[in-house]
Design a protein around this ligand. Structure first.
Ligand code: NAD
Length: 291
Protein backbone atom coordinates (compact mmCIF):
# COMPACT_ATOMS: atom_id res chain seq x y z
CA UNK A 1 0.00 0.00 0.00
CA UNK A 2 1.31 3.45 -0.98
CA UNK A 3 2.06 6.19 1.55
CA UNK A 4 -0.72 8.40 0.13
CA UNK A 5 -3.36 5.76 -0.58
CA UNK A 6 -6.86 7.31 -0.60
CA UNK A 7 -5.54 10.89 -0.38
CA UNK A 8 -6.23 13.73 -2.80
CA UNK A 9 -3.24 15.98 -3.48
CA UNK A 10 -3.18 19.37 -5.20
CA UNK A 11 0.18 20.47 -6.58
CA UNK A 12 0.50 23.91 -8.15
CA UNK A 13 2.99 24.54 -10.93
CA UNK A 14 3.23 20.80 -11.55
CA UNK A 15 3.63 20.95 -15.33
CA UNK A 16 7.44 21.11 -15.08
CA UNK A 17 10.39 20.66 -12.78
CA UNK A 18 9.86 19.88 -9.11
CA UNK A 19 6.05 19.93 -9.21
CA UNK A 20 5.99 17.39 -12.03
CA UNK A 21 8.22 15.06 -10.00
CA UNK A 22 6.02 15.46 -6.89
CA UNK A 23 2.89 14.73 -8.97
CA UNK A 24 4.32 11.54 -10.43
CA UNK A 25 5.65 10.27 -7.09
CA UNK A 26 2.47 11.13 -5.14
CA UNK A 27 0.36 9.34 -7.78
CA UNK A 28 2.66 6.31 -7.63
CA UNK A 29 2.09 6.33 -3.83
CA UNK A 30 -1.67 6.10 -4.35
CA UNK A 31 -2.80 9.75 -4.30
CA UNK A 32 -5.30 11.20 -6.75
CA UNK A 33 -3.50 14.29 -8.01
CA UNK A 34 -4.65 17.67 -9.28
CA UNK A 35 -1.85 18.82 -11.58
CA UNK A 36 -2.14 22.61 -11.78
CA UNK A 37 -0.02 24.63 -14.20
CA UNK A 38 -0.61 27.84 -16.07
CA UNK A 39 2.08 26.91 -18.64
CA UNK A 40 4.29 29.57 -20.18
CA UNK A 41 7.92 30.63 -19.83
CA UNK A 42 10.11 30.94 -16.72
CA UNK A 43 9.44 34.68 -16.31
CA UNK A 44 5.66 34.22 -16.26
CA UNK A 45 5.09 36.31 -19.40
CA UNK A 46 2.23 35.55 -21.81
CA UNK A 47 -1.06 33.71 -21.42
CA UNK A 48 0.10 30.13 -20.84
CA UNK A 49 -1.67 26.89 -21.74
CA UNK A 50 -2.97 23.80 -20.00
CA UNK A 51 -0.77 21.56 -22.17
CA UNK A 52 2.07 21.46 -19.58
CA UNK A 53 -0.30 20.13 -16.91
CA UNK A 54 -2.03 17.77 -19.36
CA UNK A 55 1.29 16.18 -20.40
CA UNK A 56 2.01 15.27 -16.76
CA UNK A 57 -1.53 13.94 -16.26
CA UNK A 58 -1.19 11.77 -19.39
CA UNK A 59 2.08 10.31 -18.07
CA UNK A 60 0.54 9.58 -14.64
CA UNK A 61 -2.49 7.88 -16.22
CA UNK A 62 -0.27 5.87 -18.57
CA UNK A 63 1.53 4.57 -15.46
CA UNK A 64 -1.81 3.52 -13.92
CA UNK A 65 -2.28 6.53 -11.62
CA UNK A 66 -5.13 8.99 -11.06
CA UNK A 67 -4.75 12.64 -12.02
CA UNK A 68 -6.57 15.60 -13.52
CA UNK A 69 -5.20 18.76 -15.13
CA UNK A 70 -6.03 22.32 -14.11
CA UNK A 71 -4.72 25.38 -15.97
CA UNK A 72 -5.70 28.15 -13.56
CA UNK A 73 -3.46 31.02 -12.52
CA UNK A 74 -2.47 30.54 -8.84
CA UNK A 75 -2.13 34.28 -8.31
CA UNK A 76 -5.85 35.08 -8.31
CA UNK A 77 -8.54 34.20 -5.77
CA UNK A 78 -10.67 32.86 -8.63
CA UNK A 79 -7.76 30.64 -9.70
CA UNK A 80 -7.29 29.27 -6.17
CA UNK A 81 -11.00 28.54 -5.86
CA UNK A 82 -11.09 26.79 -9.25
CA UNK A 83 -8.12 24.61 -8.28
CA UNK A 84 -9.94 23.44 -5.14
CA UNK A 85 -13.13 22.92 -7.20
CA UNK A 86 -11.19 20.72 -9.64
CA UNK A 87 -10.11 18.52 -6.70
CA UNK A 88 -13.60 18.32 -5.19
CA UNK A 89 -15.42 17.76 -8.52
CA UNK A 90 -13.06 15.00 -9.63
CA UNK A 91 -11.96 13.32 -6.41
CA UNK A 92 -14.24 14.63 -3.62
CA UNK A 93 -11.51 15.88 -1.23
CA UNK A 94 -8.37 18.00 -0.81
CA UNK A 95 -6.14 16.34 1.80
CA UNK A 96 -2.75 17.64 0.61
CA UNK A 97 -1.66 20.93 -0.93
CA UNK A 98 1.81 21.71 -2.24
CA UNK A 99 2.14 25.37 -3.23
CA UNK A 100 4.98 25.12 -5.72
CA UNK A 101 4.19 27.34 -8.73
CA UNK A 102 6.73 30.05 -9.36
CA UNK A 103 8.50 32.37 -11.75
CA UNK A 104 11.80 34.26 -11.79
CA UNK A 105 12.64 37.84 -12.77
CA UNK A 106 16.13 38.27 -11.37
CA UNK A 107 17.74 41.73 -11.35
CA UNK A 108 19.99 43.59 -8.94
CA UNK A 109 17.92 45.70 -6.55
CA UNK A 110 18.81 48.96 -8.34
CA UNK A 111 17.44 47.51 -11.59
CA UNK A 112 14.26 45.93 -10.22
CA UNK A 113 11.29 47.52 -11.97
CA UNK A 114 7.93 47.90 -10.27
CA UNK A 115 6.46 45.44 -12.79
CA UNK A 116 9.07 42.76 -11.99
CA UNK A 117 8.59 43.38 -8.26
CA UNK A 118 4.79 43.10 -8.45
CA UNK A 119 4.73 40.05 -10.73
CA UNK A 120 7.11 37.95 -8.63
CA UNK A 121 5.41 38.88 -5.35
CA UNK A 122 2.03 38.16 -6.94
CA UNK A 123 2.81 34.68 -8.25
CA UNK A 124 4.77 33.42 -5.22
CA UNK A 125 3.40 35.20 -2.15
CA UNK A 126 -0.12 36.13 -3.18
CA UNK A 127 -0.33 32.88 -5.17
CA UNK A 128 0.38 30.90 -2.01
CA UNK A 129 -2.35 32.83 -0.20
CA UNK A 130 -4.86 32.45 -3.06
CA UNK A 131 -4.40 28.67 -3.29
CA UNK A 132 -4.00 27.92 0.40
CA UNK A 133 -7.03 29.88 1.61
CA UNK A 134 -9.85 27.90 -0.07
CA UNK A 135 -8.10 24.60 0.69
CA UNK A 136 -7.55 25.70 4.31
CA UNK A 137 -11.27 26.38 4.70
CA UNK A 138 -12.12 22.96 3.24
CA UNK A 139 -9.56 21.21 5.49
CA UNK A 140 -10.82 23.11 8.55
CA UNK A 141 -14.34 21.76 7.93
CA UNK A 142 -13.21 18.24 7.00
CA UNK A 143 -10.84 17.00 9.68
CA UNK A 144 -7.56 18.65 8.60
CA UNK A 145 -4.83 17.94 6.10
CA UNK A 146 -1.29 18.76 5.17
CA UNK A 147 0.27 21.70 3.33
CA UNK A 148 3.79 22.32 2.06
CA UNK A 149 4.52 25.92 1.09
CA UNK A 150 7.61 26.50 -1.05
CA UNK A 151 10.10 29.02 0.28
CA UNK A 152 13.76 29.25 -0.77
CA UNK A 153 17.21 29.76 0.67
CA UNK A 154 17.20 32.95 -1.46
CA UNK A 155 14.66 34.37 1.00
CA UNK A 156 15.84 32.61 4.16
CA UNK A 157 19.55 33.46 3.74
CA UNK A 158 19.64 35.89 0.80
CA UNK A 159 21.05 35.62 -2.69
CA UNK A 160 22.49 38.18 -5.09
CA UNK A 161 20.04 39.61 -7.63
CA UNK A 162 16.82 38.27 -6.10
CA UNK A 163 15.23 40.96 -3.91
CA UNK A 164 11.75 40.43 -5.36
CA UNK A 165 11.99 36.64 -5.21
CA UNK A 166 13.72 36.65 -1.80
CA UNK A 167 11.06 38.95 -0.35
CA UNK A 168 8.28 36.68 -1.63
CA UNK A 169 9.98 33.53 -0.33
CA UNK A 170 10.69 35.07 3.09
CA UNK A 171 7.01 36.08 3.20
CA UNK A 172 6.06 32.46 2.57
CA UNK A 173 8.28 31.47 5.52
CA UNK A 174 6.19 33.86 7.65
CA UNK A 175 3.00 32.25 6.36
CA UNK A 176 4.28 28.79 7.36
CA UNK A 177 5.06 29.94 10.89
CA UNK A 178 1.71 31.69 11.44
CA UNK A 179 -0.48 29.12 9.66
CA UNK A 180 1.15 26.21 11.52
CA UNK A 181 0.20 27.87 14.82
CA UNK A 182 -3.37 28.58 13.69
CA UNK A 183 -3.69 25.14 12.06
CA UNK A 184 -3.01 23.16 15.24
CA UNK A 185 -6.60 23.15 16.43
CA UNK A 186 -7.89 22.08 13.01
CA UNK A 187 -5.35 19.28 12.49
CA UNK A 188 -3.86 21.17 9.54
CA UNK A 189 -0.10 20.60 9.28
CA UNK A 190 1.88 23.32 7.51
CA UNK A 191 5.53 22.87 6.61
CA UNK A 192 7.95 25.03 4.64
CA UNK A 193 10.25 23.78 1.91
CA UNK A 194 13.49 25.27 0.61
CA UNK A 195 14.33 23.06 -2.35
CA UNK A 196 17.46 22.91 -4.44
CA UNK A 197 17.13 21.16 -7.80
CA UNK A 198 18.26 21.23 -11.38
CA UNK A 199 15.25 22.58 -13.29
CA UNK A 200 14.64 25.22 -15.96
CA UNK A 201 14.63 27.72 -13.07
CA UNK A 202 18.23 26.95 -12.08
CA UNK A 203 19.86 25.24 -15.07
CA UNK A 204 21.61 28.43 -16.24
CA UNK A 205 22.99 29.47 -12.83
CA UNK A 206 26.76 30.06 -12.69
CA UNK A 207 28.40 26.71 -11.98
CA UNK A 208 25.50 24.71 -13.42
CA UNK A 209 25.40 26.07 -16.95
CA UNK A 210 26.88 23.80 -19.63
CA UNK A 211 27.55 21.03 -17.12
CA UNK A 212 25.91 17.67 -16.66
CA UNK A 213 23.65 18.03 -13.61
CA UNK A 214 24.45 16.14 -10.43
CA UNK A 215 21.96 13.23 -10.64
CA UNK A 216 21.03 13.81 -6.99
CA UNK A 217 19.84 17.31 -7.94
CA UNK A 218 17.27 16.05 -10.43
CA UNK A 219 13.66 16.70 -9.34
CA UNK A 220 12.88 12.97 -8.97
CA UNK A 221 15.64 12.75 -6.34
CA UNK A 222 14.21 15.73 -4.40
CA UNK A 223 10.60 14.50 -4.49
CA UNK A 224 11.00 11.77 -1.80
CA UNK A 225 11.83 14.47 0.78
CA UNK A 226 8.61 16.28 -0.11
CA UNK A 227 6.62 13.02 -0.09
CA UNK A 228 7.86 12.57 3.48
CA UNK A 229 6.61 16.07 4.36
CA UNK A 230 3.05 15.57 3.06
CA UNK A 231 2.72 12.03 4.42
CA UNK A 232 1.71 10.92 7.91
CA UNK A 233 5.40 10.19 8.57
CA UNK A 234 5.80 13.94 9.26
CA UNK A 235 2.69 14.18 11.46
CA UNK A 236 4.58 15.79 14.37
CA UNK A 237 6.59 18.29 12.33
CA UNK A 238 4.17 21.15 11.68
CA UNK A 239 5.74 24.61 11.45
CA UNK A 240 9.17 23.33 10.45
CA UNK A 241 11.16 24.24 7.38
CA UNK A 242 13.16 21.62 5.53
CA UNK A 243 15.91 22.17 3.02
CA UNK A 244 15.76 19.38 0.43
CA UNK A 245 18.49 19.31 -2.19
CA UNK A 246 21.22 17.15 -3.72
CA UNK A 247 22.81 17.16 -0.23
CA UNK A 248 19.76 15.49 1.31
CA UNK A 249 17.26 16.77 3.89
CA UNK A 250 17.86 19.18 6.79
CA UNK A 251 15.90 21.50 9.06
CA UNK A 252 16.43 25.25 8.65
CA UNK A 253 15.46 27.46 11.56
CA UNK A 254 15.46 31.03 12.87
CA UNK A 255 17.78 31.42 15.89
CA UNK A 256 18.65 34.17 18.36
CA UNK A 257 21.66 34.64 20.62
CA UNK A 258 21.42 34.97 24.41
CA UNK A 259 21.95 38.67 23.74
CA UNK A 260 22.88 41.70 25.85
CA UNK A 261 20.20 41.97 28.52
CA UNK A 262 20.51 45.24 30.48
CA UNK A 263 18.26 45.84 33.46
CA UNK A 264 18.62 49.62 33.34
CA UNK A 265 18.60 52.16 30.48
CA UNK A 266 21.62 51.70 28.21
CA UNK A 267 23.56 53.52 25.52
CA UNK A 268 24.49 52.61 21.96
CA UNK A 269 28.08 52.31 23.19
CA UNK A 270 26.94 49.70 25.76
CA UNK A 271 25.51 47.62 22.92
CA UNK A 272 28.79 47.90 21.02
CA UNK A 273 30.69 46.88 24.16
CA UNK A 274 28.56 43.73 24.42
CA UNK A 275 28.83 42.82 20.73
CA UNK A 276 30.13 39.36 21.62
CA UNK A 277 26.83 38.61 23.40
CA UNK A 278 24.61 40.35 20.82
CA UNK A 279 26.03 38.57 17.76
CA UNK A 280 26.62 34.92 16.99
CA UNK A 281 30.24 33.97 17.49
CA UNK A 282 31.86 31.40 15.24
CA UNK A 283 28.44 30.19 14.12
CA UNK A 284 28.60 27.50 11.50
CA UNK A 285 27.18 29.43 8.61
CA UNK A 286 25.36 27.79 5.79
CA UNK A 287 24.12 29.96 2.98
CA UNK A 288 22.21 29.58 -0.24
CA UNK A 289 25.46 28.55 -1.94
CA UNK A 290 25.93 25.58 0.38
CA UNK A 291 22.25 24.56 0.50
P1 NAD B 1 9.83 25.39 -12.89
O1 NAD B 1 9.90 26.66 -13.67
O2 NAD B 1 10.34 24.15 -13.54
O3 NAD B 1 8.33 25.11 -12.41
C1 NAD B 1 7.48 26.12 -11.96
C2 NAD B 1 6.13 25.90 -12.60
O4 NAD B 1 5.19 26.88 -12.09
C3 NAD B 1 6.15 26.05 -14.12
O5 NAD B 1 5.67 24.86 -14.74
C4 NAD B 1 5.23 27.23 -14.38
O6 NAD B 1 4.48 27.12 -15.61
C5 NAD B 1 4.32 27.22 -13.16
N1 NAD B 1 3.70 28.52 -12.92
C6 NAD B 1 4.28 29.74 -12.97
N2 NAD B 1 3.40 30.70 -12.70
C7 NAD B 1 2.21 30.09 -12.47
C8 NAD B 1 0.92 30.56 -12.14
N3 NAD B 1 0.68 31.87 -12.00
N4 NAD B 1 -0.07 29.65 -11.95
C9 NAD B 1 0.17 28.32 -12.09
N5 NAD B 1 1.38 27.82 -12.43
C10 NAD B 1 2.40 28.69 -12.61
O7 NAD B 1 10.62 25.67 -11.52
P2 NAD B 1 11.05 24.69 -10.31
O8 NAD B 1 12.51 24.82 -10.16
O9 NAD B 1 10.43 23.36 -10.44
O10 NAD B 1 10.42 25.49 -9.07
C11 NAD B 1 9.33 25.02 -8.28
C12 NAD B 1 9.26 25.83 -7.01
O11 NAD B 1 10.44 25.63 -6.23
C13 NAD B 1 9.16 27.35 -7.23
O12 NAD B 1 8.32 27.91 -6.26
C14 NAD B 1 10.59 27.81 -7.02
O13 NAD B 1 10.64 29.18 -6.66
C15 NAD B 1 11.02 26.89 -5.91
N6 NAD B 1 12.46 26.76 -5.78
C16 NAD B 1 13.17 26.05 -6.70
C17 NAD B 1 14.54 25.92 -6.52
C18 NAD B 1 15.38 25.08 -7.47
O14 NAD B 1 16.57 24.87 -7.16
N7 NAD B 1 14.84 24.62 -8.59
C19 NAD B 1 15.19 26.54 -5.45
C20 NAD B 1 14.44 27.26 -4.53
C21 NAD B 1 13.06 27.33 -4.70
Amino acid sequence: MGLLEGKVAIITGAGNGLGEAYAKLFAAEGASVVVNDLGGPRDGAGDGSISAAQKVVDAIKAAGGKAVANGDDVSTIQGGENILKTALDNFGAANILVCNAGILRDKTFANTSEEDWDKVIKVHLKGTYCCALPVWKWMKDNGGGSMVLTSSTSGLYGNFGQTNYGAAKAGIYGMVRVMSIEGRKYNIRVMGLAPGAFTRMTSDLPGRKDREPDPMSLPENIAPGVLYMVSDLAAEQSGKILGVSSRGVREIKMLQTGGFNPTKPYTAQDVANHASEVFFQNAEERTAQSA
